[in-house]
Design a protein around this ligand. Structure first.
Ligand SMILES: Cc1ncc(COP(=O)(O)O)c(C=O)c1O
Length: 419
């Protein structure tokens, strides 16, 4: 094996993936929306997108909303989760999953994730349930789907509602059913980094007719849906959580690409799983066999420094980046140590001493999430849209680092590098 690039060798490859991907098609759709003069408020693009995306996720209903954070918040409000209720939230996720719980004055109870999938660990959920628990949120994290069979059964047994945070899993299916269709409500994000994007935006899905009516009202200043059985009912209290027709126009175009992109990502991820799985000291995030269509927001693998002569994960990520051109990073910081999850910095959350103590994230223990933050390696989904041979160069580069681990560790310790 030749010298690692960080020690002066030639890099294995140069992957320069771009995101978002778009063409004249999105341009034409935006122009059409502009010309229609119908820039917001359930225009034809928004309705068409809602129907198509809900169908893709095998859900009876879907509604566009302002972003993924709001999608979660409206899900909790529609399900009447509120003051003093406990909501079980995985400890490894973007902060919005827990922040939306705070925003309805409920208490996020942070539960650790499963080391194989990095999703909420069903074995720990039951122990976290108390008489105050009202809801469980699963997050289908990076390239995995949470164990919906096990967690769905726990929710049913305990009379809890289940919300699916699908911000990473557009298009993914569990036993041929779209994610977002197995919980009471599914919440999606269309923020710029996501695999279906309009720059910003969000979506809620449900099979339940009355939840659909509530979600409709909640996103639209409390108004009842015209034509619904509830049309003449008194409005609900809410605010404006709508998206624009221009965002919907982009989403119509992006959705036309999604299924093909899912296929490419899944095929490349599966080839990479095999290649990485054969290298000592690294192991990919597990994708459950019950996932019948896989999309990936990011590719993740565990790294064991002991198999690389003690080379730190930071140096490993840096060396791998120089080999491939891909940016490798750590997973999310666990929510008990997240810089952006700071419930006790907002006066609105000071609902009393008991609540203040209950929302302190440091009361939770998240050893697996913490280990993932310290030892896992993540790269973004657009890399998986490249040619398979290029994607597999990541495995070749890892092999090279494995072969050169002693020299790399010496370099890290400041020792002389072999010529
Ligand atoms: C898991 C998860 N949930 C929720 C969100 C919130 O979505 P948004 O940024 O659209 O508010 C994100 C976005 O980053 C996310 O990654």
């Amino acid at each position: 094996m030749s010298l690692p690039a960080i020690l002066g060798g030639d890099p294995v490859g140069a992957l320069h993936a771009r995101w978002p991907v778009w063409s004249d098609r999105e341009g034409a759709l935006i122009a059409k929306a502009l010309e229609s003069g119908h820039w917001a408020g359930e225009g034809p693009m928004e309705r068409a997108f809602e129907r198509s995306f809900a169908r893709l996720q095998t859900c009876a209903h879907g509604l566009c909303v302002a972003n993924g954070t709001v999608a979660l918040q409206l899900a909790f409000e529609a399900l009447d989760v509120g003051v003093g209720d406990e909501v079980i939230v995985p400890g490894l996720t973007w902060q919005a999953t827990a922040a939306a719980v705070l925003d309805v004055n409920a208490i996020p109870v942070l539960v650790d994730v499963c080391p194989q999938t990095l999703c909420l660990d069903p074995a720990l959920v039951a122990a976290a349930i108390t008489p105050r628990t009202r809801a469980i949120v699963v997050v289908h994290l990076y390239g995995a789907v949470a164990d919906l069979d096990a967690i769905g059964a726990i929710a049913e047994r305990h009379g809890l509602v289940l919300v699916e945070d699908c911000a990473h899993a557009h298009g993914s299916c569990w036993r041929d059913r779209g994610v977002g269709s197995m919980g009471n409500i599914g919440a999606f994000s269309f923020q710029a980094s996501k695999t279906l994007t309009a720059g910003e935006g969000g979506f809620v899905t449900t099979d339940d007719d009355s939840l659909y009516e509530r979600l409709y009202s909640l996103r639209n200043c409390g108004r009842r849906r015209p034509g619904s059985a509830e049309a003449n009912w008194r409005p609900m209290q809410s605010g404006n959580y709508r998206m624009t027709e221009l965002q919907a126009a982009i989403l119509v175009g992006q959705l036309e690409r999604l299924e093909d992109q899912c296929r490419r990502r899944a095929a490349n991820a599966s080839a990479l799983d095999d290649a990485i799985g054969a290298i000592p000291g690294v192991s990919p995030q597990r994708c459950d066999e019950r996932v019948t269509r896989r999309n990936l927001y990011a590719y993740v693998f565990w790294y064991d420094p002991l198999a690389f002569a003690g080379l730190s994960v930071r140096s490993f990520r840096r060396a791998l980046q120089l080999e491939t051109g891909v940016a490798f990073r750590a997973p999310y910081r666990p929510l008990d140590m997240s810089a952006l999850y700071q419930p006790r910095t907002k006066r609105r959350h000071r609902l009393g001493d008991e609540y203040w103590a209950a929302i302190d994230p440091s009361r939770h223990s998240l050893p697996v999430a913490r280990r993932a933050y310290e030892l896992a390696v993540v790269f973004s989904h657009e890399v998986l849209l490249e040619d398979q041979a290029d994607v597999l160069s990541i495995a070749t580069a890892i092999k090279r680092l494995h072969a050169g681990a002693e020299a790399l560790r010496g370099w890290e310790l400041g020792e002389a590098v072999p010529a």
